[in-house]
Design a protein around this ligand. Structure first.
Ligand code: FNR
Length: 342
């Protein structure tokens, strides 16, 4: 199967599989504040991840690798929505374009549509320093995302089977790339031990990519004869993973992602310790159903919802929202207690 066909299958299966649910955010509750002393008009949702400043915490997360006409169209429309809303946007894995210059358009269209926007390049952790530099140069990217997707590769019939040397490669890239490196999972979460290794390797931003949203085990199992379907329920939920990574909060900024749907979810991931939120599957669904204008209004609605929550809590900026009191129950509370995270 060609890479372009496999990536097209991902889009179809991501849309048909839907969210697996259970990203742990239902276990997270804000404490109502009857005296917020805040005005909606004064709420400021601008934020920073590492050395990047963003006008809002909403990131259109990586989705479209592989090259091909369908992915180019999706990238063009998402980039138009990103430009209209001033949202940061990641492209999907650029490996296809590094191997075949003919498909570069799939990615460069994002910079053409959004010349001044904040754009993240994207490669897998098998990338070399030279490939990482080429991916960043291709887009004049503001940061590089490196995705970790061990479970997806293992379940993928034609996937990688050797995961050695990842930290060393990430460390060399972080040292020599010249833009911030964001290491991200794709729906299985990142634990505090891995987060510490990444922080020690020079990574300044970690995207949780937690369990409970798009599920690449379910997606890849659809294409296997002998299923590895026990991986369908594998992983660290989004809520638990953010709390895990927050154990390294002094060293890294966190992007909360994995099944994020609306402004209330975004507020929760920020209160758990994230500085921004990544949305992939939900953006793709809105794009397919309602096009570029649908994505624009989806992002603007999420911003208004976030502002409403911040007003209610009396947290007029992202820093204060990160300190809002939370009550955590259920499986997430159990996970955090077992893992020694208060
Ligand atoms: C993805 N994702 C992804 N991530 C990445 O780093 N490089 C990639 O090429 C892709 N490709 C991709 C294709 C499709 C169709 C989807 C839906 C997703 C993973 C994505 O960025 C994100 O980490 C996960 O989807 C979890 O977030 P959501 O979907 O639950 O918001």
């Amino acid at each position: 199967m060609t890479r372009a066909k496999r990536k097209a299958d991902h889009i179809t299966h991501a849309l048909s599989t839907g969210f697996s649910g259970g990203n742990g955010l239902h276990d997270v509750r804000f404490v109502h504040n009857s005296l917020p002393e805040t005005s909606l008009m004064e709420v400021d949702i601008s934020t920073a991840i590492g050395e990047l400043t963003l006008s809002s915490p909403i990131i259109i997360n990586a989705m479209t690798g592989g090259g091909g006409k369908e992915t180019e169209t999706i990238n063009r429309k998402l980039a138009q929505a990103a430009a209209a809303t001033n949202a940061a946007m990641a492209v999907g894995s650029q490996m296809a374009a590094l191997k075949d210059k003919a498909v570069e358009n799939t990615y460069t269209v994002v910079r053409k549509e959004n010349p001044n926007g904040c754009i993240f390049a994207n490669l897998g952790s098998e990338a070399t320093v030279d490939q990482a530099k080429a991916a960043v140069d291709m887009l004049e990217a503001d940061a590089l995302q490196i995705h970790l997707n061990v479970i997806q590769e293992l379940v993928m019939p034609e996937g990688d089977r050797d995961f050695k040397g990842t930290v060393a490669r990430i460390s060399s890239i972080s040292e020599r790339i010249g833009v911030p490196v964001i290491v991200k999972e794709v729906g299985f979460g990142i634990a505090k031990e891995a987060a510490k290794e990444l922080a020690d390797a020079g990574v300044s931003i970690i995207d949780a990519g937690g369990q409970g949203g798009t599920n690449f085990s379910t997606i890849e199992n659809k294409r296997r004869e002998i299923p590895l379907d026990f991986f369908d329920s594998w992983g660290i939920s989004t809520a638990a993973s953010i709390a895990e990574i927050a154990q390294c909060k002094e060293k890294v900024s966190i992007i909360g992602s994995g099944g994020i749907k609306d402004g209330a979810d975004i507020a929760k991931v920020i209160a758990l310790g994230a500085s921004a939120a990544g949305l992939a599957g939900s953006m793709l669904k809105v794009l397919k159903e309602s096009g570029t204008d649908g994505v624009i209004s989806y992002i603007e609605t999420a911003k208004s919802q976030l502002q409403a929550v911040m007003t209610a809590l009396g947290t007029p900026d992202i820093d204060s929202l990160q300190k809002a009191p939370l009550v955590i129950s259920g499986e997430t509370a159990h996970w955090l207690s077992e893992r020694g995270i208060a």
